[in-house]
Design a protein around this ligand. Structure first.
Ligand code: ATP
Ligand code: MG
Length: 293
């Protein structure tokens, strides 16, 4: 892999996203109250701190002291990094719009000149959405926040969701999902049992991500641990998929398929690492381009 990936620090997650986040992207974690959003962000920032990186915590509601105290209750020691490698920006009060537009870019500019690897967290980002009813203004604020902070590294932010498990994603969280580079959905099914919490990767731009619903548990001192099966297909399945593609390619050629279509089939063949057969997808391709086999 040519591109360096930023490890999430959340055990099990990186195997779902080809080894980690892409640098300088914004990823949102969506979930209702108590699903573990804060835990994820603390794990992410702590992983960097433990490996010589810096952390920038953007908070809108809680003070740095409250955040560090809550992390401590979950078994994480953020205090020992405070003001050394861990910094807080508290965007409080009525004028945080002004802060996002003016002070934040200046601050980020000053930091980015130092070229220190920095993990950025915004937890929760919801007040930015609630700050205004105007969709266009919400869009500008979130866009600006992402654009400014991505300069420093991966921005992980949380968005509260109000839908119940299984319901479609609420309208208020669509905008941050849309404006981000990646989105992870956490759900909590209060039905008892060990694996009643699940994670789904809604999107991860430029990454071939796992498409399942993955259960996770909490482990004290570690945080969330995701039970993720590797996405790679077995070698035997891969060989038989290759044969299916070769046959399809030859058939398409014989049917005088245009070069662009042949190129698509070739591209599919080179990147297909799903563990299911490409047969159906190929048939849809053939149908779409009027190739009757
Ligand atoms: N190490 C742990 N061991 C056991 N349970 C934990 C652990 N860490 C978190 N939890 C449980 O997960 C719950 C939610 O954690 P967290 O605060 O990360 O959720 P959240 O999605 O940020 O919630 P909110 O929307 O209220 O901010 C906690 O109330 C706690 O019950
Ligand atoms: Mg939280």
């Amino acid at each position: 892999m040519a591109e360096t990936r930023i490890r999430s620090g959340i055990p099990g997650l990186d195997t779902l996203i080809e080894g980690g986040f892409r640098d300088k992207t914004a990823v949102v974690i969506v979930g209702s109250s108590g699903t573990g959003k804060t835990t994820f962000t603390v794990q992410y920032i702590l992983h960097g701190l433990e490996n010589g990186e810096q952390g920038l915590y953007v908070s809108l509601e809680e003070s740095p002291e409250q955040i560090m105290r809550e992390a401590e209750l979950m078994g994480f020691d953020l205090k020992k990094y405070h003001e050394k490698d861990l910094f807080f920006i508290h965007l409080k009060g009525k004028n945080f719009k002004k802060m996002i537009e003016e002070q934040l870019p200046q601050l980020v500019k000053a930091r980015s000149d130092y070229q220190i690897k920095t993990r950025v967290v915004i937890d929760p980002m919801t007040p930015v959405i609630w700050a205004t009813q105007d969709k266009l203004e919400q869009r500008e604020l979130i866009g600006k926040l992402f654009y400014t902070l991505k300069e420093l590294g991966v921005v992980l932010c949380t968005v509260e969701e109000h839908a119940k498990p299984g319901e479609t994603i609420g309208e208020d969280v669509l905008l941050p999902i849309y404006l981000s580079d990646g989105a992870i959905h956490l759900e909590y099914y209060p039905i008892g049992g060990a694996f009643n919490r699940t994670l789904k990767v809604l999107k991860m731009r430029g990454i071939h991500h796992g498409e399942g619903v993955y259960p996770y548990i909490f482990a004290r001192g570690v945080g969330a641990v995701i039970r993720s099966a590797p996405v790679a297909a077995s070698a035997a399945a891969e060989r038989s998929h290759k044969k299916v593609f070769e046959e399809a390619y030859r058939t398409a050629e014989a049917l005088k398929a245009p070069p662009t279509v042949l190129a698509k089939i070739r591209a599919m063949s080179e990147t297909w690492d799903y563990d299911y057969s490409p047969e159906e997808a190929l048939q849809i391709m053939f149908d779409t381009y009027g190739l009757k086999r």
